[in-house]
Design a protein around this ligand. Sequence first.
Ligand code: PLP
Length: 494
Amino acid sequence: MTLVYQSTRDAQNQVTASQAILQGLATDGGLFTPLTMPKVHLDFSQLKTASYQEVAMLVLSAFLDDFTEEELAYCINHAYDDKFDTSIIAPLVKLEDHYNLELFHGSTIAFKDMALSILPYLLTTSAKKQGVDNKIVILTATSGDTGKAAMAGFADVPGTEIIVFYPKGGVSKIQELQMTTQAGDNTHVVAIEGNFDDSQTDVKRMFNDLKLREKLLSHQMQLSSANSMNIGRLVPQVVYYVYAYAQLVKSGDIQNGDEINVTVPTGNFGNILAAYYAREIGVPIHKLICASNENNVLTDFFNTGIYDKKREFKITSSPSMDILVSSNLERLIFHLLGNDADKTEALMEDLVNQGEYKLEPVRPEILDLFAAGFASEQDTRAEITRVYRQSHYIEDPHTAVASAVYQGYKNKTTDQTPTVIASTASPYKFPRVAVEAVTGTDTGDDFKAVQKLHELSGVAIPKAVSGLETASVRHKTVVAIADMQQAVEDYLGV
Ligand SMILES: *Cc1c(COP(=O)(O)O)cnc(C)c1O
């Protein structure tokens, strides 16, 4: 029996794992979601000595059950290799009052690498399995992080081409250099004279442009998407929660069977949903703590059952969490409603038409698993300082949001369960904020801050940053919004 992935908005739209990965988003606008949880034999007395790749094989073969073991081994071995700066891939660091699961040891030093390093292989393998031999063309609008991580994943992967659009002047110096110096003959970067929403809107338009689709097909090409709605990004994130629990058993910090809490700095709700699935397949998790920054729409949702996006969009020092519509929450809603596609679709329509929806808690036992809180900008900086003083460890602003929210949770509930925080970015990715929080002085320049951060923390400067100042810029194209499609056609030669 293969696992059924169904659209959250249409009960008739059911596919296998590889079909879901190849399609990315369901054509009805919903998200492909597993209807049941696969049975996984999690024996932590054995798993504690398993490698990351072995845990990945266990989890992926359960969720992506129409792939063969050879296919998955190919994907896993090409993804989790020396692109990561540590062979253990996701180290678990013990601090005074929590554990940080460092998910930032891949090529772009943020947690998106955990899934985007394997997605290209899952996607091209899915195409092969479905008898599709078109070239897969990835179009991505990015506000900074996803575009780079997607390119790093797709660079030189046979049978793929990737084109990334970013808002000129709308990303940090380090982020821009990371993209414009990207290697790989199949990678293309375009700066847009417009903002992120403009380029996102035009990318979506291109996806739905029938003429463009036909033109590409006549050249044996088809578009696909690398965004976090693809289950090929979600499932690989379940792996590191299983792995983290095994490491805690191995170190003796917990006994096999003890419960842990997981705190996740949340934006699009992908990472924390993966933690929920890890619990569903048997990782003993007590609470899933959903941490937000000042864009605290999820905090309100978990506390009131009302999702209300009608509020000011705040720009914060944790930009990857600056989001008011958390796309992957739709999957949790679907489960909360007993996998009811009609009810889910109705709520999502309320969100579009009225800017909000109200949940009737049909399955409160799921809702009870979650706790939620948010950290202000001030709380976030204070937490970076506190953790540095207490543990001589510098957290990036996203991790610090989670860490601050966990402190609040612990003080309020007196819950003493050992807690793992998903540490989603290296402080070297946001060096000015981290240095300012610790020293009280803004260096005024990303590269100066990198040096200072190195002096303060003693942590080696990652390759992703060290070569940037001198790397040659390969991508210099700047186009108006109206010319985005022309740029795509030029790159692809169609
Ligand atoms: C994307 C991102 C997040 C948010 O993750 P979601 O899965 O979208 O909730 C948090 N921190 C960093 C550094 C990110 O890049």
